[in-house]
Every structure is written in C-alpha cells, then in structure tokens.
Design a protein around this ligand. Structure first.
Ligand code: NAD
Ligand code: IPM
Ligand code: MN
Length: 367
C-alpha cells in the first residue's frame, strides 16, 4: 500500500483549530480512498517554547526534514511578546523555511464565485479573480546579515536589517514563476523597488536575463512594488503571476487575501528545489494567516485556508491532482450553499463554526 508521511505542526492560537479540520480530510481520504497517509505531530511556536525553550526542537526539525510533506498551522500570540527575540514563536517558522531551503512560496489568491460580494472591494473588481503571488522565502531582509540592534553609546541605538539577494536566488525564484505562468495565462509581473534599492536593480536585471535566456515565450512586465500594491486593489485581474521578494511578498499577499474575502481564505505552499536524483522536493504547506489571537479558542476561525493548503499539498507533494481539484471543488460547493464562518459572513448566509465548516467540506468531498 502507498505510504505518504505527513508531519503536522499545528502551532498556536487558531493553528490547532484549523489543523483539526485537516485531520478530518486526511481521515476520510485514508478510509474511503486508501490514500495511505501516516501522520506524526510536533510542536512549533509558542507552544514549543513553553515545552522546551525553543521555537522548534531539533528533534521536530529532523522529523520535518524526513517527512514527505509538512503541514503548518500558525504561530505567535501576545503570551510570548516578552520572550527573547531568538526564540520567539515566529523563529520556528523561519527556521523551518531556511533549514528546509523552501525558497519558493506560492500564494494563490482566488475569489470563489460565492464570495464575490464578501470582499471589501466592489464585486466587479474581484469576481473571477485568480492570481498567484510567488514570494521568495529564504532570502532578502528576513535573513540578511547584519541583523542587530547596536548601542551607539550616546543614548541612541541603531536597528539594522540587511536586504541581500544573490543572482542564483533571483534566478531560481523567477524560474519557478515563469514555469508556473506557462501552466496558467503565461504572464509574469516582477515587483521590486529598483528606484531606491540596489537589490531591486539586481532583481530586475536577473529576472530580465532569466526571461530572455529561458522563458521568452512568457509575457514579462515589471512594476515598482509600491505601485504594485496600488494596482492590486485598483484592478487585480490585470495580473496572472506576480514574482517578488520576501518582504514585498509578505505584504502583497496579505493585501491579495482581502480580494478573496478574508485572510482566512488564503493557502500557501513553500517549496524547495526538486532533488536531481529522485525529483522529490521538501515542502511545507501553511495558510497565509497567523494565529489570530483575537478569535483563538472560540471555535469560529475559518479553516478554509488550512484545508486549501492541504489541497496544495496533494497537488505539489503527492501529484494527487484529481483529489486536490475535488477538495477545492468541495470548498466551493460549501460556499455555494451559503455556509460561512464569521469572517466571510454576509446577508442571507448561515453562520457556522470552524468544526461545522470542516464537516461540511469533508461531506462535500466524500459525496
Ligand atoms: P493574523 O493573521 O493572525 O490576524 C489578522 C486578522 O485576521 C485578525 O483579525 C484575525 O482574527 C483575522 N484572521 C486571520 N486568520 C483568520 C481565520 N482563519 N479566520 C478568521 N479570521 C482570521 O495576524 P496578526 O494578528 O497580525 O498576527 C497575530 C500573530 O500571528 C502574531 O504573533 C504574528 O507574528 C503571527 N503570524 C503568524 C503567521 C504564521 O504562523 N504563518 C502568519 C502571520 C502572522
Ligand atoms: C507569513 C507570516 C510570517 C512572515 C511571519 C509569521 C514570520 O507573516 O507567513 O506571512 O513574515 O513570513
Ligand atoms: Mn505575513
């Protein structure tokens, strides 16, 4: 029988609540389709800090490295505001990304037909939206050195973060964007700030050269990232694939989330390079949202971003394309029926809990 190992890191806040709903999907796939998923679970974020003083233990890192795929919930929360910077909850996620070399973060923003009136933007602007943000995930200002606060000795301190990109990092992320564009509408828009940043100049240069050398069949455009943010809310359907750096990608994807109705809707896949021998690649699947401390523990979080992240896992880690399509269709069916968690609630719809949303999606998937 097929064996597919999943390492689950539910994390903090609404992370475990959303992950519980993915458990249900895994269970039904194992029971009804003999999918052969085996699961193991670890600690990441604040709960890991509470248990062993680190945002992720070495033992759990080893398990993440060894699994076929990692499913990640969310980390962080006010409880850990005062913990040392090096072991803050978010450090666990950053270590996973860096050590697993998950340089490509795919953040699709799709507006489900039933939610076209749930966005804070007008319906005609978002209906039919299907864009993909490809965010560089292991470089840039998130990881560049020096990264420190130094005491200047005159009562002043200096906080330093360093934005660094090397050619190979820009080349490999743009190649991912171009390859994905070929499977979609064949257009890539690269966003940087070459008008003020040297790394932006290099970014623009390398994306252009990669395009010319290997992907000249794809339509390429460039935009300054601030203008890109504006265009995302002005007329988002002008975009197909957006490729951008780590920090701009973080911000632009939260903006894109609101085009779909809620941050609770946006899934993501964080992928490494395929192994040259086996073709397999390390991967972690994580919703774009955080631990949502304001609603944690109430059973009202939207689990769709987490479930849709599992659909991406089926597609990218296990090549279970039909199952991924069916799971995404099940989400659409449930939304079409007017079932909503609070974040996407609108007139004439029925408000349900996190668990009820998971049950409804599983039922639609299994039917
Ligand atoms: P957040 O994404 O947790 O929440 C922002 C807002 O969106 C909140 O009002 C929240 O209730 C709402 N929201 C988010 N996900 C939702 C869902 N699934 N269903 C319904 N509503 C949802 O961002 P924040 O409040 O800025 O950050 C809270 C903590 O989460 C911080 O510690 C931050 O560092 C962390 N964070 C973690 C991740 C991650 O683990 N991947 C991502 C972003 C933020
Ligand atoms: C995200 C989050 C993370 C990021 C944090 C929690 C480290 O905001 O995945 O979007 O900034 O990348
Ligand atoms: Mn973010």
């Amino acid at each position: 029988m097929t064996s597919r190992s999943l390492f689950l890191l539910p994390g903090d806040g609404i992370g475990p609540e959303a992950m519980a709903e993915v458990h249900k999907v895994i269970a039904v796939m194992n029971e009804k389709e003999s999918a052969g998923f085996s699961t193991d679970e670890g600690l990441v974020g604040g709960c890991a800090y509470d248990a062993h003083g680190q945002a992720i233990s070495d033992a759990d890192m080893d398990k993440a490295m060894a699994a076929d795929a990692v499913l990640f919930g969310a980390v962080g929360g006010p409880k850990w505001d005062a913990v040392p910077y090096e072991v803050r909850p978010e450090a666990g996620l950053l270590r996973l990304r860096k050590d697993m070399e998950l340089f490509a973060n795919l953040r699709p923003a799709i507006c489900y037909p039933a939610l076209a009136n749930s966005s804070s933007l007008k319906q005609n602007i978002v209906e039919g939206l299907d864009i993909l943000i490809v965010r560089e995930l292991t470089g840039g200002v998130y990881f560049g050195e020096p990264k420190e606060i130094i005491d200047l000795g005159n009562g002043q301190k200096r906080g330093i973060d360093t934005q660094v990109y090397d050619t190979y990092e820009i080349e490999r992320i743009s190649a991912v964007a171009f390859e994905l564009a070929r499977t979609r509408r064949n257009e890539v828009c690269s966003m940087e700030k070459r008008n003020v940043m040297k790394s932006g100049v290099l970014w623009n240069e390398v994306v252009t050269a990669t395009h010319k050398a290997r992907f000249s069949d794809v339509k390429l455009s460039h935009m300054l990232a601030d203008a890109g943010g504006m265009q995302l809310v002005r007329w988002p359907k002008q975009f197909d694939v957006i490729v951008t750096d780590n920090l701009f990608g973080d911000m632009l994807s939260d903006i894109a989330a609101m085009l779909t109705g809620s941050l609770g809707m946006l899934p993501s896949a964080s992928l490494g390079a395929p192994d040259p021998k086996t073709g397999k690649r390390k991967a972690l699947y994580e919703p774009v949202h955080g631990s949502a401390p304001d609603i944690a523990g109430q059973g009202i979080a939207n689990p769709i971003a987490m479930i849709a992240s599992f659909a991406m896992c089926l597609r990218y880690s296990f090549n279970m394309v039909a199952e991924a399509d069916r799971l995404e269709a099940a989400i659409a069916t449930v939304l079409d029926k007017g079932l909503r968690t609070g974040d996407i609630m609108s007139d004439g719809c029925q408000q349900i809990t996190t668990a009820e949303m998971g049950d409804a999606i599983v039922a639609a998937y299994a039917s």
